[in-house]
Design a protein around this ligand. Structure first.
Ligand SMILES: *[C@@H]1O[C@H](CO)[C@@H](O)[C@H](O)[C@H]1NC(C)=O
Ligand SMILES: *[C@@H]1O[C@H](CO)[C@@H](O)[C@H](O)[C@H]1NC(C)=O
Length: 157
């Protein structure tokens, strides 16, 4: 037991060095037509305003005084963005974006305004076609077809 606690001590220091409130770059991956979680969490949770924006500064969602505010939401995101109000108190301001399209691919920003200044979290969303694997097998099929055609030509000529 004692050996263990001595070994974990340096790790405790590392945990303190990694400030969860500092700038973060996160990556999310989603598929066309499906939904994806864009994470945004803060160590500060009380009485904050949160602003979700896309790369063109279009509004996905505002959170003001612990309430989601859709009044400035861009039509592009209408009915596709939801958050978790029951999680706000824990500093979890993540959102779910639904009905993904290829053009949703790109960078999103979650800015948390606190009394001590803004925290900005950047999320890179990569939207992919649902079946990139079947694309590969289609290519294999085309290749097989080509080989068969070549073979049958050899036999008939
Ligand atoms: C935030 O809340 C969502 C929905 O409950 C959950 O999926 C996600 O894991 C939470 N994030 C953190 C860091 O707790
Ligand atoms: C999709 O987004 C990712 C991450 O932001 C980026 O690296 C990639 O180049 C983008 N792809 C397209 C086709 O825009």
């Amino acid at each position: 037991m004692k050996v263990h606690s001595r070994r974990t001590l340096p790790w405790m220091f590392l945990l303190f060095l990694v400030d969860p409130g500092s700038f973060q770059d996160l990556v999310s991956e989603g598929f066309i037509g499906q939904s994806v979680l864009l994470p945004c969490t803060s160590s500060r949770s009380s009485a904050v305003d949160v602003f979700w924006r896309d790369k063109d500064d279009k509004v996905l969602l505002d959170i003001k005084n612990d309430k989601p505010d859709l009044s400035f939401q861009d039509p592009k995101f209408k009915g596709r963005v939801s958050s978790f109000p029951e999680e706000y108190q824990k500093g979890n301001f993540s959102i779910i974006m639904g009905k993904l399209e290829l053009r949703d691919n790109g960078t999103y920003e979650c800015t948390i305004l606190t009394g001590t200044g803004p925290e900005k979290i950047t999320i890179m969303l990569s939207v992919k076609e649902r079946n990139s694997a079947s694309c590969g097998s289609t290519r294999t099929n085309v290749l097989l077809l080509f080989v068969f055609s070549a073979l049958s030509l050899m036999f008939y000529v």
